[in-house]
Design a protein. Structure first.
Length: 161
């Protein structure tokens, strides 16, 4: 099994604004759904709140938080190591936010990144990644159109062992 981190980010590293996404890119949402459906997803409490407290369907939703919470439709864990243990049984997709990405990065073996080729204002940035530790396996160019107003691509990385 393993840990895959999945996110979208702008050219300047922005991944969020006001506890949401600062762009509308339906093709990325469809891509995210296709990649994560049927799998376990793990997120921080703020990401859970950005979903308005609703579990993403057809996925095992796990929330990492220090708080003692009961969340309908989600399991709660209190440490990264609990998530690492889950990944021994099944593929785990880390879906945010920034702090959760930072904490899981040392344990990740794959990254799936939607690269939006535009500078976008935001207040949440992807933590620094040493890209020398990652091998770009595949890149799929997305198509800009009236509903997807940015140049973008989907990139698949595997950790260099």
């Amino acid at each position: 099994m393993g840990i895959t981190m999945i996110w979208a980010m702008s050219a300047n590293g922005v991944i969020g604004r006001d506890n949401g996404m600062p762009w509308r890119l339906p093709k990325d949402m469809d891509f995210f759904k296709a990649q994560t459906t049927g799998h376990t997803i793990i997120m921080g409490r703020k990401t859970w709140e950005s979903l308005r407290g609703r579990a993403l369907p057809n996925r095992r939703n796990v929330v990492l938080t220090r708080q003692a919470l009961v969340l309908p439709g989600a399991e709660v864990i209190h440490s990264v190591m609990e998530g690492v243990e889950l990944a021994k049984e099944e593929e785990l997709f880390v879906i945010g936010g920034a702090k959760v990405y930072e904490e899981f990065l040392p344990y990740a073996d794959q990254l799936i990144v939607t690269r939006i080729r535009e500078t976008i204002d935001g207040d949440t940035y992807m933590p620094d990644i040493n890209w020398d530790e990652w091998d770009l396996m595949e890149e799929i160019q997305g198509e800009k159109d009236e509903k997807n107003p940015y140049e973008f691509s989907f990139q698949f990385y595997r950790k260099i062992v």
